[in-house]
Ligand binder design. Structure first.
Ligand SMILES: [Zn+2]
Length: 504
């Protein structure tokens, strides 16, 4: 997922789909007109009758609808008459909050030629770009996103949508002058919901698009799914031992941040194997002159890592570069004592380790490490200085901590203007008291054919167990060549791993 424009907060992607907006113009989110009260699903929430207009964010603040369990669709007239809809990307921090969702303009919604607008916006919500992204949404002919042939790496990141310019007709565009060389676009995906073609011909998503949407549903929007399923283990269980009548499997814990049947955001949701509490920073600040200018604000260092690509600069990070006035990026210096980022965690605890994700590599030739001090903030006030650290973008910095005090936050000091901090994780020691009331994590192991001694719902194993020996398998050893035998064992292993998942 790439934010090619380097823009921060493209939370709302305005649409001029199907309208005669100025060609190539991407309109900013328009104002929602409160005057049309009957158009609002909840007109009763409008509190200030003197205010003629709200912007989209104000509208969402007023309505304050929960976005964590479902997708909200707002209807609001727009002062921008061309605006058909805006949607939140799944990678926006707002995606699962009351500030996420889709805003549709009721002046157009459902009218002739605009019946697919909501489908298109849901596509954006689930991580789909426009099919013309690689041609009409590139910044220059050197833009690495320029799509010359269908590809997973450029354009809309789907290999089964041919490159196309923005076009409203229900046919391939006529040959014309393209800014980046004269090209004739054929077999263009004009019938795709993510095109700007008229509803008369939009009728489909491609398989790659469907796969992208499923990815975001699984990765980001798990809580939108009515029956949450146990998160799968990240890799197929491995056969570590095998005998003629027994097979032993081993697996890794689930990588998903959310465990089945635990309330999202609760302390138990953060308790992992061995009652280790893992928490990302939830509160951030940075004193002036390292205060935010909008981009690279401290808030970008909250939550789990979310940059588009490791080792690439990203505005989804905190950086001292933000500490300067708007419009003069790159000119400000950190003060003598350095720029400082302070992060706080939801639950003070005795930590075992601190992990920091950055997009920046310390240049080898510099004498000073990029982070010249890390200070652990303790509840008692006896803060602990961890000293300087070099950082690398291709692996998070993990510091094992020998601290016996409860830590509630951390401060990073840097002189490096280009340092970018993406996320910070504080892990408790095992058997953290905060996790004691939580259901232990267990694994459910299913087999086909089912275990004879178990229920049809399989075996439940405690979280300390990530290894299981099944002594009820019977392999015919005789008359089976070695190669054939390996194949059969492999097949049994596969049947195991298909079904294994962790439950709360
Ligand atoms: Zn769109």
């Amino acid at each position: 997922m790439q934010s090619r424009r380097g823009q921060r907060g493209v939370t709302a992607w305005p649409e001029t789909r199907g309208y005669l907006g100025p060609a190539g113009k991407e309109l900013d989110a328009g104002n929602a007109r409160v005057g049309g009260v009957q158009k609002f699903p909840c007109g009763c929430h409008i509190v200030n009758i003197w205010m003629a207009y709200l912007d989209v964010k104000e509208l969402k603040e007023v309505l304050n609808l929960d976005g964590s369990t479902h997708l909200n669709v707002f209807f609001a007239n727009s002062s921008d008459e061309d605006l058909a809809g805006v949607a939140t990307w799944p990678w926006d921090k707002e995606a699962l909050t009351h500030l996420g969702g889709i805003v549709l303009n009721p002046s157009f919604y459902g009218t002739f030629g605009h019946t697919d607008t909501m489908v298109h916006e849901v596509g954006h919500s689930l991580g789909l770009y426009h099919v013309f992204r690689g041609i009409s949404e590139t910044e220059s002919c050197n833009d690495p996103c320029l799509e010359t042939e269908p590809s997973m790496e450029t354009g809309d990141l789907c290999a089964d949508t041919n490159p196309t310019p923005k076009y409203k007709g229900c046919h391939d565009p006529e040959p014309g002058n393209e800014t980046c060389g004269c090209r004739h676009f054929t077999h263009t995906p004009f019938n795709n919901y993510m095109s700007y073609a008229d509803d008369a011909c939009t009728d489909s998503f491609t398989l790659n698009q469907v796969a992208r949407m499923h990815c975001y549903l699984d990765l980001i929007y798990q809580t939108w799914q009515p029956a949450s399923k146990p998160p799968p283990v990240p890799m197929a269980p491995q056969v570590v031992e095998q005998h003629h009548n027994a097979i032993t499997l081993e697996w890794f814990p689930p990588i998903s941040g959310h465990y089945y049947d635990r309330e999202l955001g609760s302390v138990c949701d953060k308790c992992t194997e061995g009652r280790v509490l893992l928490q990302y920073a939830s509160n951030s600040s940075s004193p002036r002159p390292c205060a935010p200018s909008g981009h690279w604000s401290p808030r970008e260092a909250e939550g789990p890592p979310d940059v588009e690509q490791a080792c690439e600069p990203s505005v989804r990070t905190w950086s001292p570069n933000a500490g300067i006035e708007q419009g003069v990026v790159g000119l400000s210096e950190c003060p003598l004592q350095g720029c400082m980022l302070q992060l706080e965690f939801p639950y003070p605890l005795v930590p075992d380790s601190l992990t920091v994700w950055v997009t920046f590599c310390s240049p080898e030739e510099t004498a000073l490490p990029a982070i010249h001090n890390i200070l652990l903030l303790t509840v008692s006030g006896d803060n602990v200085s961890l000293g300087p650290s070099n950082v690398f973008c291709d692996a998070p910095l993990t510091l094992k901590l020998a601290v016996e005090e409860e830590v509630y936050g951390v401060q990073f000091f840097t002189m490096e203007q280009h340092l970018e901090i993406d996320a910070t994780l504080l892990a408790s020691k095992p058997d953290c008291p905060l996790c004691w009331p939580c259901q232990p994590l267990r694994y459910r192991l299913l087999r086909q054919p089912p275990f004879s001694h178990g229920s049809p719902h399989g075996l439940l194993l405690s979280d300390s167990t990530r290894r299981y020996t099944d002594s009820t398998v019977h392999m015919r050893r005789e008359k089976v060549p070695d190669k054939e035998k390996r194949r059969r064992i492999g097949a049994i292993g596969f049947l195991f791993c298909k079904e294994i998942g962790a439950v709360g």
